[in-house]
Design a protein around this ligand. Structure first.
Ligand code: THU
Length: 144
């Protein structure tokens, strides 16, 4: 089951948001988006200090496209796991982009309610970005 109690930065001030944004922009520039031409990059701070990142990767079978967040979460697990504590997703203009609904679920699974997300309206916790989220706790409650 996902651990939702890992240490988090106490405040948004503890996060170097500009470094995360610059890493997300680097990844956005490597996006493979020949079909939509909509490039996305994302970078996430892990609770052990690592930074993981990803870009979107599209496919001629359009529905197979991988969002940038998928790549980031894959790097998270491939490099040792841990919990996301702060995430910055950018579009082609290098500015904050809201993750799609599916990717908010990915962030919830791997960061939990206190994971911070940079949004166009400033930093928000995932509890505000995905209210009443479905998560591991719900599976436990459903056990009969
Ligand atoms: N995309 C992402 O990479 N992440 C999101 O959260 C939103 C959408 C990508 C998928 C597709 O390659 C392109 O943006 C247009 O939808």
């Amino acid at each position: 089951m996902a651990d939702t109690t890992s240490p988090q930065p106490s405040t948004s001030d503890a996060v170097d948001w500009e470094s995360l944004r610059l890493r997300a922009v680097e990844l956005m520039e490597r996006a493979y988006a020949p079909y939509s031409r909509f490039r996305v990059g994302v970078a996430g701070l892990v609770d052990d200090g690592r930074v993981v990142a990803g870009c979107n990767v599209e496919n001629a079978a359009y529905g197979v496209a991988l969002c940038a967040e998928c790549g980031m979460v894959s790097e998270l697990h491939a490099t040792g796991g841990g919990r996301l504590t702060a995430v910055f997703c950018v579009g082609g203009d290098g500015q904050a982009l809201m993750p799609c609904g599916r990717c908010r679920q990915l962030l919830w699974e791997n960061g939990g309610p206190r994971c911070l997300l940079m949004t166009p309206e400033g930093v928000l916790p995932m509890s505000a970005v995905l209210p009443q989220a479905f998560g591991a706790e719900d599976l436990r409650h459903a056990e009969g």
